[in-house]
Design a protein around this ligand. Sequence first.
Ligand SMILES: [Ca+2]
Ligand SMILES: [Ca+2]
Length: 332
Amino acid sequence: MIVRKGWISISIILLVILCKVVIGQVDVWIRTGPNDNGSVPAIAPHEAAPDIAIDSPDNGWQLPSPFVLHESAIYGQPNRIYVRVRNLGVNDALNVTVKMYWADHTSGLPWPSAWNFIGQKTVSLISAGGEAIISNITWSPPGIAVRYPCLLAVAECAVDPVSTYSPKDDNNIAQRNITVLPPPPTRPRFSTSIHSGVAIPTGSFADDFGRGWNVLVDGEYHFTSMLSLAAFVGYNRFDSKVAGVDDTYWFNGSLNLRFSQPISMYWSGYIGFGPGVYIPEVGDRELGGNAGLGCDFNRFFPFVFELGADYHWIFDPDIQFVHVHAGVLRRF
Ligand SMILES: [Ca+2]
Ligand SMILES: [Ca+2]
């Protein structure tokens, strides 16, 4: 009886070793959704792979965080595709090849007829339980006709080949549906704009004066799509709250450094700040500064519509006001 139990134990150990050697020794996989853990079938969604990322030529290159800063692709330009491949197995994965494909989402996505090959790369080693980044598979989407394509990443190696071309039913496959945008227009470096709005006193300045109106004109030089230098002249009028005291005004001449960031296809936001010279109705010129933020609507380029607000502070006498404005800008 003791001999038989010993044989059973040895048999079980051999069976486990055999399983590890033959089955599951290497399991390459790519997350096809944010909740995917490598199980088959994969946890839904199956077409939002966070381990496939696009880095378009717009906004510079997104290193070192292409997966965090995943972008829409730009057609007609070389976009970079990144893929993170993992190994769930107990042995190292050797010579793992990742192939990238794209398809029109309206095609129904039959394999292989709907899918267009983009490119492939091979990584020599993914250690057991580890991961590797496949970088710089280059893709130039052919045009805007396919605005919402699907990307498919297919990973396999000799001991873990693809069994079925489905991101749900094979963890070697992952899909990410993306957006393709037209290239941004080549932006002229100069712009000029005119704005008008409300000038609102704050602090002690508000004791004697109420809100009035403002107009400003500016000239701006755009170093890049995200950085510019603006010089502007403003007229800020305030209504008197005190009987016997006249309304007043301050001119300002200001210089602002501005940082812009695209928010969507047509909208961008900016922040800016800088020094200024303020000239009162009566008295000497004074120094001060301003800081502001706003948003631009670029649908009708080269005309840009802008909404913004600036906080102005004249140091001595202590005068502060906020200027809320709307305007139109023309690039040339
Ligand atoms: Ca696998
Ligand atoms: Ca980019």
